[in-house]
Design a protein around this ligand. Structure first.
Ligand SMILES: *Cc1c(COP(=O)(O)O)cnc(C)c1O
Length: 364
């Protein structure tokens, strides 16, 4: 008889519901035998990767028999220069998800509380539960983070606070004044993680620059990624910027080669590809306008978003999701976030957005 392995796992882990990724394009192709699939489910960059990044990968691949540089020296130096911080403040991750997990693993245990908002990014409760810590969830206001409510929930046990800015899946953001007021209210021994996965897309005067706040708030950790505006989701590379001591601690739990050689090479080069970043932002702004106009002409309610995705209220979201799949369009249901009437759609290229809007119109 085999053992009940679930009872062997730690209680946090055996009770976990795994992260549900967007449905892969190839899977839907196989299921439906459709030639053309429109995937707008994972907030990926619709432009395809930067040509410069692809060249860097081709060049780096001749050294694939070697381990990567475990310290990521070249990429950390390039980031330090671009962000005007020192390289010892930067921790690289296998995607920024890796860094989010490192933070919780390094600082939290069964006695700790981790605080975040209702509707916040699904990875926060996952990494919290995996170490047996307790998630404390602050109610949202108008789908967004209520930093005053969050501040009121900080206790002696709170070790880490996650703020997704903007938040995925809601696309809402907290402005500079609100973030500064919050940081002023937080005890110095509570770490505040500002997850800025989409910040490169945003050009709003009141949107905070987390990195600029680091000098004043040593308990702040800013996380960013190459997966979204930089177009390298498949390579898995992200980073945090923090106080050097925090980076030193994260480095102790980090796997020595957590970022692979191709990712290091491509990320370093893509940082110099401002044309690519500019095209990403432009494509997103245009696509967002197209999709919002489409929702308005269909009379659909949506949650205004500053990211590269947007949530729309369609009623029976599970049913509409299935029908969209059958017409070859993959979006993301968000019932797991407690939003059973919404679907999240990532902003695509013009033709992709049109195919989505046409399919949605036909279904509704
Ligand atoms: C996409 C996303 C990330 C980044 O994930 P990677 O692991 O860097 O690909 C982080 N936080 C939020 C809120 C996101 O939506």
């Amino acid at each position: 008889m085999s053992c009940d392995f679930f009872s062997l796992a730690t209680s946090g882990v055996s009770a976990l519901s795994p992260y549900v990724p967007g449905k892969p394009e190839d899977e839907l192709k196989r299921e439906l035998g459709l030639a053309q699939i429109t995937k707008l489910a994972s907030n990926e960059n619709p432009l395809g990767p930067s040509k410069k990044a692809l060249n860097a990968i081709a060049h780096a691949s001749s050294a694939l028999c070697r381990y990567p540089d475990g310290s990521g020296f070249v990429l950390r130096s390039a980031l330090a220069k671009r962000l005007d911080v020192s390289a010892n403040q930067i921790t690289l991750g296998n995607g920024s998800n890796d860094v989010l997990e490192l933070i919780v693993r390094a600082f939290c245990d069964e006695r700790s509380e981790v605080l975040f908002s209702q509707y916040a990014f699904a990875v926060y409760p996952l990494v919290t539960q995996a170490v047996g810590a307790t998630s404390v969830v602050a109610p949202a206001v108008q789908w967004g983070h209520d930093l005053e409510a969050m501040s009121a929930l900080i206790s002696d046990k709170t070790k880490v606070v996650f703020i997704a800015n903007p938040n995925n899946p809601t696309g809402t953001y907290v402005n500079t004044d609100t973030v500064v007021r919050f940081l002023d209210s937080v005890p110095a021994n509570v770490l505040v993680v500002l997850d800025e996965a989409y910040c490169e897309y945003i050009d709003l005067a009141d949107f905070p620059d987390g990195v600029a706040l680091l000098a004043k708030y040593p308990n702040l950790i800013v996380t960013r990624t190459f997966s979204k505006a930089w177009g390298l989701a498949g390579l898995r590379v992200g980073y945090s910027v923090s106080h050097p001591d925090v980076a030193n601690i994260l480095n102790r739990v980090r796997q020595p080669f957590n970022v692979n050689a191709l990712a290091l090479a491509a990320a370093t080069i893509v940082l110099e590809d401002d044309d690519y970043l500019e095209a990403s932002v432009k494509t997103n702004n245009k696509g967002m306008r197209q999709i919002v106009d489409g929702f308005e002409s269909l009379g659909l309610e949506y949650i205004p978003s500053v990211g590269n995705f947007i949530c729309v209220k369609v009623g029976d979201a599970a049913g509409v999701y299935q029908k969209l799949l059958r017409s070859g369009v993959i979006v993301r249901p968000v019932a797991n976030y407690g939003m059973p009437e919404h679907l999240r759609v990532s902003i695509g290229l013009k033709e992709e957005n049109s195919r989505f809007l046409d399919a949605l119109k036909a279904i509704l």
